[in-house]
Design a protein around this ligand. Structure first.
Ligand code: SF4
Ligand code: SF4
Length: 372
C-alpha cells in the first residue's frame, strides 16, 4: 500500500471501529482514561484497550453529575457514556491520577452499567522503592480482577507476547517521532496526529502492521527539503485537536517534539523481556517521565522539557492545556520560570473542548511565531 492509503486506513471513527471489532472478534472492549492504564495487561486478556478522549457532541447530561469546571475530557467521556454512545464498552479502567479522573470513576460506577470496573490505585510519588513495590502489587491486583471477570488467567508467556507487541509499537512510534524531528514536514501534523490516536483504540496487531508500513514508506521517501519555519514543542496533557497542527503549519511552524500524554509520554520506554513481566511493566510506568498528577522529584518535568527543547532544536514551547485542568495549571508557573531562565520562549493556550476556537488560536499562534 502507498503511504497515503496506509494513513487513510487509520482515519476511522473509533467508536464505530470498536463496536465492529467487538462483533468480529467476539471480544471485550475495555475503556480507559489516561496514559497510566497498563494497556499491555488488558490486551494480554484478549480485550481491546480503548482510550476515551472526550466527546465531539454537546455536553447535556454529564453536567447533571459533574461541575462545569471539570475538564472537557472528563465531562465529554461521561457524556458519551450517559447517552449510550459508549455502550460497546464491557469494562472501564480508571487510574488513580488527577482528582477529576478519580471522581469520574465513582460517578461512572453508579451511573454507567459496565460489566467490569477497576480503579488502579497508583502511588503518587513514584521515585521510591516502596512505590515500585506498591505499583507491582496494584498491577497484580488488576490481573486478578480481570481473571475473575473473564474466568481465565494469563500466563507469563501470554503477558510477554503482549509486552513484545507493545514494545514494537513503541519503537515504531519513536521512529516516527525521530523522522518528524529530523524532517519537519515529512508528514502533515494532522496525519501524524491520526496515527498516534489510532494507537490508542485500534486492534493493536493490525495497527502495528500499518504503523511499520508507514515508517518504512517515510524512511524510503526522499527527505523533504530543509525546513525553514519555526520548530515547536507541544507540552500539556491530552491533545485531541488535529487542527492545531495545521494551524501551526499554515503560520509557518511545525511541531518537532511533544511532551503530552497522548504523545511521547504515552510510548516512552520499552519494557525488558527478561524476568518477571508484571515487575517490568510496573517499572516502565514508574521510570517514565511523570505527568503533573504524579511526582518524581521537584523539578523533573521542567528539566525534561528543557532537554526536549534542546534535543529537538525547538524555537519555542506551546503549552496546550484543557481548560480547568488543575494539575497542569499548578505545574505551569515553575516550568515557565525554568524555560524563561533558559531563554526559551513559550506561549500558553487553554482549550475549552475539542471544538477549537480557530480564529483566536490562529491569531495567538501567528503572533507567537512572529515573535520567535
Ligand atoms: S495528564 Fe496525567 S492524569 Fe491527565 S490524562 Fe494525562 S497522564 Fe492522565
Ligand atoms: S486534562 Fe487535566 S483535569 Fe482533565 S483528566 Fe487530564 S489531568 Fe485530569
Amino acid at each position: 500500500m502507498q503511504l497515503s492509503e496506509l494513513i487513510d486506513s487509520l482515519k476511522l471513527d473509533p467508536l464505530a471501529y470498536a463496536s465492529e471489532w467487538k462483533k468480529n472478534h467476539s471480544g471485550k472492549v475495555v475503556g480507559y482514561m489516561c496514559s497510566y492504564a497498563p494497556e499491555e495487561i488488558i490486551w494480554a486478556f484478549g480485550a481491546l484497550p480503548f482510550r476515551l478522549m472526550g466527546t465531539k457532541n454537546a455536553i447535556e447530561r454529564a453536567d447533571a453529575h459533574l461541575q462545569a469546571y471539570c475538564c472537557s475530557l472528563v465531562r465529554g467521556s461521561l457524556e458519551d457514556a450517559l447517552t449510550g454512545r459508549l455502550d460497546f464498552l464491557d469494562g472501564m479502567v480508571f487510574p488513580h491520577t488527577c482528582d477529576s479522573i478519580q471522581r469520574l470513576s465513582d460517578i461512572w460506577r453508579i451511573n454507567v452499567k459496565n460489566c467490569f470496573h477497576a480503579d488502579i490505585v497508583l502511588p503518587v510519588k513514584l521515585d521510591s522503592d516502596s512505590a515500585s513495590d506498591y505499583l507491582i502489587a496494584t498491577f497484580k491486583k488488576l490481573i486478578t480482577d480481570l481473571e475473575n471477570w473473564l474466568g481465565r488467567s494469563v500466563t507469563g508467556k501470554i503477558l510477554g507476547e503482549a509486552v513484545d507487541l507493545y514494545n514494537e509499537i513503541r519503537s515504531h512510534l519513536n521512529a516516527l517521532y525521530m523522522l518528524r524531528q529530523a524532517h519537519p514536514g515529512v508528514i502533515a501534523g494532522s496525519d501524524f496526529h491520526a496515527i498516534v490516536q489510532a494507537s490508542m483504540w485500534m486492534d493493536r496487531e493490525a495497527f502495528c502492521k500499518i504503523l511499520s508500513g508507514i515508517v518504512r514508506c517515510l524512511k524510503e521517501q526522499t527527505a523533504a527539503g530543509s525546513f525553514q519555519g519555526k520548530r515547536i514543542v507541544l507540552s500539556g496533557g491530552v491533545c485531541n485537536v488535529p487542527d492545531i497542527y495545521s494551524i501551526l503549519e499554515t503560520a509557518g511552524a511545525a511541531v518537532v517534539g511533544e511532551d503530552v500524554c497522548t504523545g511521547d509520554r504515552f510510548f516512552q520506554g520499552n519494557i525488558p523481556m527478561q524476568g518477571d513481566m508484571v515487575e517490568n511493566i510496573a517499572r516502565r510506568y514508574s521510570d517514565r517521565i511523570v505527568c503533573p498528577a504524579k511526582h518524581h522529584g521537584l523539578f523533573s518535568r521542567g528539566h525534561h522539557l528543557i532537554q526536549k527543547v534542546k534535543e529537538t532544536r525547538a524555537d519555542g514551547v506551546l503549552f496546550l492545556f484543557l481548560k480547568f485542568c488543575d494539575p497542569h495549571g499548578f505545574d505551569y508557573p515553575y516550568i515557565k520560570e525554568m524555560l524563561d531562565q533558559e531563554g526559551i520562549p513559550s506561549m500558553l493556550y487553554e482549550i475549552e473542548d475539542r471544538n477549537l476556537s480557530e480564529g483566536q488560536f490562529k491569531t495567538r499562534c501567528e503572533a507567537f511565531i512572529e515573535m520567535l
